[in-house]
Design a protein around this ligand. Structure first.
Ligand SMILES: Cc1cc2nc3c(=O)[nH]c(=O)nc-3n(C[C@H](O)[C@H](O)[C@H](O)COP(=O)(O)OP(=O)(O)OC[C@H]3O[C@@H](n4cnc5c(N)ncnc54)[C@H](O)[C@@H]3O)c2cc1C
Length: 378
């Protein structure tokens, strides 16, 4: 009989990285990654950028196949029994494990309770559908001015759509900090985006398909294509009754441990620090770094390298390619290391109580160098 091995729930960035990390840390038993999507694992950041703009195909976003000895099982996990060390799959099959990785990520948040008729962007299928819809529309309305909403608006503008973004904030991507947010907002408006404040208590209109927004004052905004881009929710429902601490995510310690033999990583995770419970950090690099720790700690406990947040993020919209290392929002005075922020290219630094943030805007710099610059305090 095969001994129980490591079971990973979620076949995306965090799941694959955790599986590979457990292997590198010396685990030589079976590793099975369970994924409920109909595609081989793919890179999600490309969905709202090259894929949506049509410069990359759906096939080109697939992630490299993990090393030998890591198996995929297309299935949906519906329950976790940490006492018996079992994952239950839809259909009732159970898998025993010696260690389990929770990497079930997040899904797009929707505004209607059942999400009926709403267009969102989270999966490869969403992106392929949205690209087609952009191609057939004359006008687009994006609800939400975060980074996904902004990238979708950019793809709409590039395709020639009359594009409106409705946001609770008066600039786009405000969580990057005032300077970068203003830069992106200026570029968006220059490209033709109409940015409107989200009215209080809006209601989506349209039944089979959302056709617009209605505000309580009776004003209505309509478009051929309406996209909801209002953040994401962690996929934790399958863990109900597991006994794990679930607070808008799976709560883990600095070794990404949720319980004995249970680790978690990626968009589904909230890391408890010495004093506070951090918010989820639904970004690619955080997912990979948490996964590295999770895989190691499953094998070697507290000899693993603990997870220390080192924020790193990138976005591309309206002709601006921005890569940021360090805490966001970037706060304090903007120091120019190269180029000029108003002209939209160069290397910039902010220092605040939170730390040092460095951003490259349309400026080539090695990731390692950018990260090193954000660690320097002088
Ligand atoms: C459009 C878009 C653009 C992005 N752009 C950027 C960017 O530019 N920069 C950046 O840093 N980050 C970006 N991100 C965020 C980044 O993609 C995520 O942080 C990353 O994908 C998280 O990986 P993950 O493995 O934790 O979760 P996910 O990628 O969400 O994967 C979780 C997987 O688990 C599966 N799953 C869920 N529940 C179950 C279950 N019960 N059983 C089996 N399988 C299950 C899901 O279907 C999914 O395949 C973007 C995200 C999106 C949606």
């Amino acid at each position: 009989m095969t001994p129980p091995g490591v079971v990973v729930v979620g076949a995306s960035a965090a799941g694959i990285a955790a599986a590979e990390s457990a292997r590198r840390a010396g685990f030589d038993g079976p590793i099975t990654i369970i994924g409920d999507e109909p595609h081989p694992p793919y890179t999600r950041p490309a969905l709202s950028k090259a894929l949506l703009c049509g410069t990359e195909s759906a096939e080109s976003v697939h992630l490299p196949t993990p090393e030998d000895g890591i198996d995929f099982l297309p299935a949906r996990a519906v329950g976790l029994d940490i006492a018996r060390k079992r994952v239950t799959l839809s259909g009732g099959v159970t898998l025993e494990y010696s260690g389990v990785v929770i990497a079930s990520g997040a899904r797009a948040r929707q505004l209607r309770p059942d999400g009926a008729g709403e267009t969102v962007l989270r999966s490869l299928d969403d992106a392929v559908r949205l690209r087609e819809e952009i191609g057939g529309a004359n006008s687009g309305l994006v609800i939400g001015g975060g980074f996904v909403g902004t990238e979708v608006a950019s793809a709409c503008i590039a395709a020639g759509l009359k594009t409106t973004v409705v946001s609770r904030h008066d600039t786009l991507v405000p969580h990057l900090g005032t300077d970068l947010s203003n830069l992106i907002t200026r570029a968006a408006i220059k490209s033709g985006v109409v940015l409107k404040p989200a009215p209080q208590q809006v209601r989506l209109i349209g039944t089979d398909r959302v056709a617009g927004l209605a505000a309580v004052d009776g004003s209505v905004l309509e478009a051929d294509l309406v996209v909801t881009a209002v953040g994401c929710r962690p996929n934790i429902e399958w863990l109900d009754g597991s006994g794990l601490q679930l607070i808008d995510g799976v709560v883990v310690d600095q070794y990404c441990r949720a319980s004995a033999g249970v680790v978690a990583a990626g968009d589904v995770v909230r890391v408890r620090g010495s004093r506070t419970l951090a918010a989820r950090t639904p970004f690619w690099t955080a997912a990979l770094e948490q996964a590295r720790t999770a895989g190691q700690s499953l094998v070697c406990g507290t000899s693993a390298t603990p997870y220390v947040p080192a924020p790193f993020f990138w976005t591309e919209a309206f002709g601006l390619a921005i890569t940021i290392s360090g805490p966001i929002p970037a706060a304090g005075e903007c120091e120019t290391l190269a180029g000029d922020l108003r002209s939209g290219s160069g290397l910039f630094r902010w220092r605040s109580e939170q730390g040092v943030t460095v951003a490259a805007v349309n400026h080539r710099i090695a990731v390692r160098k950018l990260r090193t610059l954000s660690r320097e305090s002088d």
